[in-house]
Design a protein around this ligand. Structure first.
Ligand code: DGL
Length: 270
């Protein structure tokens, strides 16, 4: 009984934490590809190949369902994986759809035509690869009309978080918010479209101002996973043990993860 959670590095821990709170009895196997982070500046082919190999590792650890808790992988690799790679008895899900359903006030499975929604101007903060993919705009267009999305590629933020340099991360977030506001002075909502960014959510909210509603994915993904497992309980795989795996240096990754989640996390090499 295990569900796999994947990210290029530490960001997916924000999702893992929310899932662990929502589904305390489901064993979770986390894999952070820290040796290859950040993904956000890589080509789509590169992101695809790395994501496939990480997902296979999670299948091998007894997970039949893997959540790509990484927007970059969800944007650049998920569709291709689902179309040509995922075995018929396994599932791989991304993190965009729950977020877009929340933004467009839709329930799961509501496939009615796109309609007008309350939010009109959305600031999307994400990695360069996610912004360039336009996957967010594509998914949004299936559900809503008349929403203006301005993407801001937040170069450097993931590297700073992975390095544990939160002072640099904060300075970069503030400068990216300034850059966004020059293009879209009054967004109604902001989407933190990278799972690393909730670690900086307070800084985003402060820089954007209290009138901007900030959407962050962790709880939305956890809720959507709980709903999915109620409908497909057989997708909880045969694994029975929760664990944290990394392609990077386990000691260093464990220290950073412990600092971010404020509880002891021990990674093993995989
Ligand atoms: N946390 C990831 C995301 O949600 C990946 C960031 C990266 O590796 O560049 O996009």
């Amino acid at each position: 009984m295990a569900v796999g959670i994947f990210d290029s590095g530490l960001g997916g821990l924000t999702v893992l934490d929310a899932v662990a709170n929502r589904l305390p009895d489901v064993p979770l196997v986390y894999y952070g590809d820290n040796a290859h982070a950040p993904y956000g500046v890589r080509t789509h082919d590169d992101i695809y190949n790395l994501t496939v190999s990480a997902t296979q590792k999670l299948f091998d650890r007894g997970c039949d369902l893997v959540i790509l808790a990484c927007n970059t992988a969800s944007a650049a690799a998920l569709r291709r994986m689902q179309e040509s790679w995922v075995p018929h008895d396994k599932r791989v899900l991304g993190v965009f759809v729950p977020l877009i359903e929340a933004l467009t006030e839709r329930q799961w499975g509501d496939n009615s035509p796109p309609r007008e929604v309350a939010i009109k101007h959305v600031a999307l903060f994400a990695t360069p690869a996610t912004v360039a993919s336009r996957a967010f705009q594509r998914e949004l267009a299936f559900r809503a009309i008349g929403v203006d999305v301005e993407g801001q590629a937040c170069g450097g933020v993931v590297d700073a978080i992975e390095e544990g340099d939160l002072i640099l991360a904060e300075a970069l977030v503030r400068s990216h918010v300034d850059a966004l506001k020059r293009k879209m002075p009054e967004p109604d909502a902001a989407v933190l479209g990278c799972t690393h960014y909730p670690l900086m959510e307070g800084v985003f909210q402060d820089a954007l101002g209290p009138e901007v509603k900030v959407f962050s994915q962790a709880n939305l993904v956890a809720e959507s996973l709980a709903d999915y497992l109620t409908r497909r309980p057989q997708m909880i795989g045969p694994g029975t043990e929760s664990m944290f795996l990394t392609s990077g240096n386990p000691k260093q990754v464990s220290n950073r993860a412990t600092q971010f989640l404020r509880r002891k996390i021990e990674f093993q090499q995989a």
